[in-house]
Design a protein around this ligand. Structure first.
Ligand code: ATP
Ligand code: ZN
Length: 823
């Protein structure tokens, strides 16, 4: 008898193990990697088959195995390499295998399961049906065939106790509950005419009097033998003619799945270009690894505007020519329209773009295009890593330092780490690209774990911009309390006068960053998470003033603005700190003639909002683009000659060892948008407003001196034992009382120190533990949260230890390997 080990797709940690099911004879085709429907705890749920086994019937006696109910797809969803990858994810990130496998499915669960009730005919005369309440329900269901719950709820409204009546009738087998699983992907089909017989001279003779049919036959011959009805109609062929040829057996009418490609309409062209010497050298270095089909990791370290995209494209072409697939990861797909366009110019329809705003159906269609071999270049944000592609030859991470490569819910994976693991499984080449590589990556390139490919010059020998800084303490002394300093104001005016464009970055959205009572000092905070609420000023649709609202940037709670202090009742409520809304207002007042557009999370809610803003700015419809770090990401806009960076150093005050790195990168990346096409002796101009003019992150940022920054930062990291010299693991303990949360965390700290504390032989401990400390969000919706941080010299040893403590099965503990925030 055939049995299967099935992992059920249910988000509960305690059932994180496979269950055995019987494979009924009619489903004998299933094997490892198939998605199936199985009965589980009185319901039907989706499951994944891990393995199948043939066992003698005697061995199963008394086990009461249930049958697999149905299959979900026509083939295995998980190829063997994907199962391997999922297993690796689960073991590395200490999540359940189901959690890891869910990542590989568009929409997490491909299934929508509905319940319908049917009346058992044989139970027509059951004694229970003597009662009129039951009788009415039974008769209704008998008359209407399988009936779904919502329809019953309408027919039998309260006070009728539908739930208990249904339960009872089902328990006595008078009604039958049926589960219906539907793929959520709502596949669309079209009719096509497929030619069955070649058009010979003799046949042409036969049809000489049937002109329309002959014309259709010729048309089909000329168009590859299969054409959709829609296309035939457009070509003036009627359905009646098709039917006649079908009746004669010359064509067959078939259904074909229509795969929506939301990027099909986007087209771009590109004249052939010659690579710069630096680009060509980079391509040459990678080529042998692609040919040999072996894993190797590269860091493409190219300054802003050095043409990294073109290197990606050349490498991707090599891989596609070898018949393998390419995954290109970008931090935020909405902000990377230009990269997509550049790829489109070379790969046309051979691309799928995985976009968070695609509908599930569009996503499924995209995946099918890859599976059918219709597309082999997959572009998307971190989740694109999990696209079911079996022959990946190249994985590229553009802007590899970007924080959005980290997923902040379980499994808390980092796309850079996963990409490397997958590249090894698939024997693919890994290319990490950046102008400001993460310290971890650059360090690995220095030690030879990654091969360094450097492109120190901009394309066309355009110089890097000239960056200066404005000391905001000095501005304050001079009596300027505005967000915009006088030098920046001058730069704005200069740029406008030259009919050029400027980008201004302020990395805080909203109007005022916090609201405080001046009488008692109370800061208004989010009731759920305790973080200060941010004041947003919403403009009324027809102009005129509206009262804004208070918003929590952590959990999106909205509140109206109080008239008086919630604590002391005072009316002296004041707004502090400036966000992009206020900056926009100030800019409009300062240079009313300028055309200003803002890009932050509040102006980009609609489907293609980012693209539209960038397109219009690029087309010269605006003079000033202002916004959060969104305006800093990789944009290549010819008209931009100047950039203003407002309080780049805000992040320096964060209690986080990466604060300096973030500050440096933000300055360098934002500055890198300026003067990418200037000619002659000109250079782009950048002004950085700061309160920390002497800080090395600011100083190196101003010089765009990555090497200098790295040299200083790496010393600190070494001295303090932070990455890249250790790997971090953050554990978050949650409990309903503060004492319990702290105690749980403290007990674990003690256990950890016991295990890893100073070894007797005086060697370096394999791990150090810091904490516990209250989390940044110390209390969230009634649960208290404490964090502890493990600095691991031996990551695998710590992972093994956590597993042996069964920490990964606890729902009150969140495990974060390689966290990007410390609190
Ligand atoms: N070989 C080439 N010949 C001519 N133009 C090129 C060539 N390679 C790239 N370019 C152009 O140079 C510009 C900069 O390239 P790209 O945007 O890829 O830079 P980048 O290295 O990704 O920079 P950033 O790190 O700022 O995103 C683009 O406009 C691109 O079209
Ligand atoms: Zn909140």
């Amino acid at each position: 008898m055939l049995t299967a080990q099935v992992f059920v797709n249910v988000p509960v940690k305690s059932i994180a193990k496979p269950y055995t099911y019987r494979i009924p004879p009619e489903l004998a085709q299933v094997g490892p990697g198939w998605r199936v429907l199985v009965p589980f705890g009185g319901r039907k749920v989706e499951g994944f088959i891990l393995a199948t086994q043939r066992q003698p019937a005697e061995a199963l006696v008394g086990l009461k195995l249930k049958d697999i109910s149905a299959t979900v797809d026509e083939e295995a969803w998980f190829q063997p390499v994907m199962l391997e990858e999922a297993r690796w994810m689960a073991s590395f990130y200490l999540c359940s295998l189901a959690e890891a496998m869910r990542l590989f499915m568009p929409g997490k669960s491909g299934l929508k399961i509905t319940v319908a009730y049917t009346a058992e005919d044989a139970a027509r005369d059951h004694v229970l049906l003597g009662q009129s309440t039951y009788r009415a329900l039974y008769d209704y269901i008998a008359a209407h065939g399988p009936v779904r719950r919502p329809q019953l709820a309408k027919a039998f409204p309260a006070p009728y106790d539908l739930t208990s009546c249904l339960d009872k009738l089902c328990a006595y087998h008078i009604l039958r509950k049926e589960y219906e699983a539907k793929g959520r992907d709502a596949a669309r089909y079209e009719r096509i005419a497929v030619l069955q017989e070649p058009l010979t001279a003799a046949r042409r003779q036969d049809f000489s009097r049937r002109k329309a049919q002959l014309a259709l036959w010729e048309y089909l011959e000329a168009h590859g033998g299969s054409v959709s009805f829609q296309a035939l109609k457009a070509a003036g062929k009627t359905t009646a003619t098709v039917q006649k040829l079908a009746a004669a057996g010359i064509v067959s009418v078939q259904q074909r799945r229509v795969l929506r490609d939301s990027y099909a309409a986007i087209d771009s062209t590109q004249e052939a270009r010659t690579l710069t010497e630096e680009q060509a050298a980079a391509v040459r270095a990678v080529t042998p690894c692609i040919e040999q089909r072996k894993y190797q990791g590269f860091l493409l370290y190219g300054v802003t505007g050095s043409g990294k995209t073109q290197v990606y494209i050349e490498l991707a072409r090599l891989v596609r020519r070898a018949g393998r697939q390419v995954i290109v990861l970008v931090p935020e797909i909405a902000l990377t329209g230009q990269l997509v366009l550049a790829f489109k110019a070379y790969f046309r329809q051979d691309i799928i773009v995985m976009h968070s705003r695609l509908t599930l159906a569009e996503r499924n269609d995209a995946v099918h295009r890859v599976r059918r071999g219709e597309a082999g270049v997959i572009i998307g944000a971190r989740s694109a890593l999990f696209t079911p592609a079996e022959q990946v030859g190249l994985i590229i991470l553009d802007e590899e330092q970007d924080m959005s490569y980290k997923q902040d819910e379980s499994p808390r994976y980092h796309a850079r780490v996963v990409a490397e693991a997958f590249a090894r499984f698939q024997r693919a080449v890994l290319v990490l690209g950046s102008a400001t590589p993460s310290l971890e990556t650059y360090h690995r390139a220095r030690t030879g774990e990654l091969t360094l490919l450097a492109m120190p010059h901009r394309v066309g020998a355009v110089p890097l911009p000239e960056v200066a800084c404005v000391d905001m303490r000095q501005e304050l002394r001079l009596g300027n309390r505005h967000i915009i300093s006088r030098p920046l104001e001058a730069l704005i005016r200069q740029t406008l006068a030259a009919h050029e464009q400027i980008i201004i970055m302020l990395n805080r959205r909203g109007y005022s960053t916090f609201v405080m009572c001046r009488s008692c000092g109370e800061v208004i905070k989010c009731p759920d998470c305790g973080l200060p609420l941010v004041y947003h000023q919403r403009r009324a649709p027809q102009g005129g003033a509206t009262r804004g609202l208070l918003l929590c940037h952590h959990c999106d709670i909205r509140q109206s603005v109080p008239d008086t202090c919630p604590k002391c009742g005072s009316r002296y409520i004041k707004y502090f700190g400036s966000g992009t809304e206020k900056l926009e207002q100030e800019l409009r007042a300062l240079v009313p003639e300028a055309r200003v557009i803002r890009m932050d999370r509040d102006t980009t809610g609609a489907k293609f909002a980012h693209q539209n803003i960038l397109r219009r700015f690029r087309a010269g419809e605006y003079d000033i683009l202002l916004g959060t770090q969104m305006v800093a990401k990789g944009h290549d806009i010819p008209g931009v000659t100047a950039v203003g960076i407002i309080s780049a150093d805000a992040s320096l005050n964060m209690p986080d060892f990466r604060a300096a790195e973030r500050c440096f990168m933000l300055i360098t990346q934002t500055a890198g948008r300026a003067g990418r096409r200037v000619r002659g002796a000109r250079r782009g101009k950048v002004l950085v407003q700061t309160y920390n003019t002497e800080h090395y992150a600011v100083q190196c940022g101003i010089r765009q001196d990555y090497a200098g920054f790295y040299a200083q930062e790496i010393q600190l990291r070494r001295a303090l034992g932070y990455p890249p010299f250790t790997r971090l693991i953050k554990l978050l303990f949650q409990a309903e009382s503060k004492a319990a949360a702290r105690e749980q965390a403290a007990a674990f700290v003690a256990a950890c120190r016991q295990k890893f504390g100073a070894p007797a032989d005086g060697t370096q401990p394999r791990a150090e533990v810091i904490g516990p400390a209250p989390a940044l969000v110390a209390k969230f919706r009634g649960t208290y949260r404490f964090v502890l941080l493990i600095k691991a010299h031996d990551l695998a040893a710590v992972q093994t230890y956590l597993r042996s403590c069964r920490l990964h099965l606890r729902t009150d503990v969140a495990i974060d390997i390689d966290p990007i925030t410390m609190m």
